[in-house]
Design a protein around this ligand. Structure first.
Ligand code: PMP
Length: 436
């Protein structure tokens, strides 16, 4: 595929008018113009199989007819956003999400993004506990607003070190090269629980909450041992500290085995607060928070923002969620995810620079290192991204060291598409391993 210059020209105009810190993928960034199913087309007419879904925003499929119809119909009626009037679609979607939440006496509040959802969760937890002390996991990512940055555990992802809350980072994420990463699941869990108890002992005070992603997304699809957060919850409950599960990437069945990521850690009960976004809107900007009435009503305000839960985003999200449930896309994520995973596991055995293939369902991370030293190899990840793009496959990357490929296709991915994408990816991985 060749770049005829249109993209290059647009990239230049973008750089002249957008902030320097708004980054793009690829040496020649692409301008995605159209999508259908699991495919997108750029402005040059190139077709790509989409294994990243705009960072997991395309949950079901591109241009899903039900979503398009629901959005068009609503757009033809009225476009507005206000919590001051009744909004049937918002109520219906909230009822649906509440039903699926697993939280007792649930209340749902819609936002426009995952960042705002986490911001709201912090507002609730700190208000409920009358404390601005919070715990987050090392290597976490929860957004880049001023408060979300304050719970994002990697300075490289943060343009400021100033903070509106007092955050203490605890262990809970395995990172290659650290002693904790080498431990068995049981020993890792025990070490993390000890660390949590130790931190709480040192803080002496009233801690509001612990926020964590069940599988760290931007952090490189790092999967903690099942049950880790259940053990955390036992400790947190003794102190009345709230557990916030950030399901922005792991929600809606993406992990295959469960509808929410926290359900792999549900032995001690559900989280106190769940935040969500991305996939629910299939590209529309919707996020939200679920909490018990008691926690949700800690805040006394008539609303938090003019936007969030507008008729157009809720219309699209409802159609999207109904499609997901009617077609058992969670089950599909488990079945087709296993096919993709098997192909990649097989490649890992042959390719010494592929140090790990991990994840659950259709959320798969591929970690790249320099063979011999085991050092993270971000350059190899970039090379794979470029190779796959030129072969017609979009993937993502992440990880603290930028050396993890992130694969998260729409949940309707078919088995032939999984095999086709895996073949392109394995070819790109092989080439990246042959670099001098
Ligand atoms: N939480 C997690 C786990 C995320 O991955 C992200 C976005 N990558 C966010 C929160 C922020 O969501 P948004 O980009 O919709 O603001």
């Amino acid at each position: 595929m060749t770049d005829t210059g249109t993209h290059t020209e647009l990239a230049k105009r973008r750089k002249a008018v957008l902030p320097d810190w708004v980054a793009t993928y690829y040496q020649d960034p692409i301008d995605i113009e159209r999508g259908e199913g699991r495919h997108v087309w750029d402005a040059e007419g190139n077709r790509y199989l989409d294994f990243f879904g705009g960072i997991l925003t395309t949950m079901t499929a591109h241009a899903l007819p039900e979503v398009t119809a629901a959005v068009s119909e609503q757009a033809g009626r009225i476009l507005h956003s206000s919590t001051l009037y009744l909004n049937r679609l918002m109520v219906e979607l909230a009822e649906r999400v509440a039903e699926l939440s697993g939280i007792e006496d649930p209340r749902v509040f819609f936002t426009s993004s995952g960042t705002e959802a986490n911001d709201t969760a912090l507002l609730l937890a700190t208000g409920h506990r009358a404390s601005n002390q919070v715990l987050a996991l090392r290597n976490s990512y929860h957004g880049r607003s001023f408060s979300a940055l304050a719970i994002t555990g990697n300075r490289a992802w943060s343009p400021t070190s100033l903070s509106p809350v007092q955050t203490t980072y605890v262990h809970g994420s395995r990172r290659r090269g650290t002693a904790l990463a080498e431990l068995s699941d049981a020993d890792f869990t025990a070490a993390c629980v000890d660390d949590l108890e130790d931190v709480l002992g040192q803080l002496h005070g009233n801690v509001a909450c612990l926020i964590a992603e069940p599988i760290q997304g931007v952090g490189g699809f790092a999967v903690p041992p099942d049950g880790l957060f259940a053990r955390f919850k036992e400790v947190l409950d003794r102190h009345g500290i709230l557990w916030i599960s950030d399901e922005v990437q792991t929600g809606w069945g993406r992990t295959g085995e469960h509808f929410w990521g926290w359900q792999a850690h549900g032995d001690s009960g559900p989280p106190d607060i769940v935040t969500f976004a991305k996939g629910l809107g299939n590209g529309l900007s919707i996020g939200g928070v679920i909490a018990s009435a008691e926690v949700m009503n800690s805040v006394k305000a008539s609303s938090l923002s003019t936007f969030g839960g507008s008729p157009i985003t809720t219309a699209g999200a409802l159609a999207n969620l109904n499609h997901l449930l009617a077609h058992d896309l969670q089950g599909n994520a488990q079945r087709v995810g296993a096919v993709l995973r098997a192909e990649l596991d097989d490649a890992r055995l042959r390719l010494p620079h592929v140090s790990d293939v991990r994840g659950k369902g259709l959320m798969i991370g591929v970690e790249l290192v320099r063979p011999g030293t085991g050092e993270p190899d971000a350059a190899a990840a970039t090379a794979v991204l470029e190779h796959t793009k030129s072969a017609g496959l979009l993937i993502g990357k992440g990880g603290l060291d930028g050396n993890v490929l992130r694969i998260a296709p729409p949940l309707s991915l078919t088995e032939p598409e999984a095999r086709e994408g895996a073949a392109i990816l394995v070819d790109a991985l092989t080439r990246a391993g042959e670099r001098s």
